[in-house]
Design a protein around this ligand. Sequence first.
Ligand code: HEM
Ligand SMILES: *[C@@H]1O[C@H](CO)[C@@H](O)[C@H](O)[C@H]1NC(C)=O
Length: 324
Amino acid sequence: MDSNQLIAFLVILVTLLLQGNNNTVVEAQLRTDFYLSSCPLLLPTVRTAVRNNVLREPRMGASLLRLFYLDCFVNGCDGSILLKDTSTFTGEQNAVSNHNSARGFNVIDDIKSLVERVCPGVVSCADILTIAARDSVSMLGGPFWEVLLGRRDAITASQAAANSSIPLPTSSLSELISSFSQHGLTLRDLVALSGAHTIGQAQCRNFRTRIYNGGNINPTFATLRQQTCPIISGSGDENLAPLDFLTPFVFDNSYFVNLMSQRGLLHSDQELFNGGSTDAIVREYSLNLLNFRRDFRSAMVKMSMLSPLTGSDGEVRQHCGRIN
Ligand code: HEM
Ligand SMILES: *[C@@H]1O[C@H](CO)[C@@H](O)[C@H](O)[C@H]1NC(C)=O
């Protein structure tokens, strides 16, 4: 073999190895039994803590679910949302969608210290958030599924990435579709995951324009929401209203029933049922709770696999709010 042949041979070998990585290793490293021997008490520990917090404050279930989504949509489910700003990077917590809005950080910190007590240095914050989101959903009456585990924690976070990766409540349907498809999520995934808005609350500043500008909104519903969301920008900005008008603390399909009667709270919610390509899926979920539960579950698992750090990438953080 001359040196050219040797180089070609090495290039092919490296290419094959890299392809092998892309195809198999990432998914193979997330497993349902990842902590089976290294932390057998992990799942009951997280579940009990989530239950206690949700019993104390039902909204916390919604907040933890949203925190997981906000994490996954920015460079994958790597716990980056949990990092506070430092002198070397401006993190995600003060990005436009998260500032004065994302909540539940203290609960995740508390669960992390409980987990550290039973198995120190083993479980990533990204995995704790994944489990907490799943338990929040099931505790409020939603579906249950096995979580894939083995994520590692990011050692940096990017406010710029958070600003550009998370869709806004002013988004149009085509903006929502394009954002979700950039994350490998389909139309059905978009509609199913948006069904998370069957629980939790939103601030007046995020729906003021919708309730005062007419358009595709039930007028009685608009008047009701105006009672606690003044028209003047800056007044009552933080006043809360339930995202699901009918059953704000139950993980059911009434979010879709609301959309069918023009009672979506956010502009982006109603965009899913406004004469476009997602109308039929909204109708299906409003009529068929089981289809919604099935699709929500599989879309959550799909979202949970967004570019995880695995193997020896990243780290297992000691405290979720800062890198080691
Ligand atoms: C489709 C694009 C989405 C947009 C534009 C959007 C936007 C928003 C906004 C503006 C709020 C209210 C925040 C506030 O007022 O402080 C909110 C709350 C919430 N979002 Fe979304 N969201 C989207 C998708 C999702 C997804 C995929 C999930 C989870 C799977 C999710 C889960 C939640 C939950 C549970 C809440 C309530 C949080 C609480 O009460 O603390 N959202 N969302
Ligand atoms: C992110 O958005 C916020 C709010 O609009 C803005 O203040 C901040 O400068 C943006 N950050 C970056 C890095 O673009």
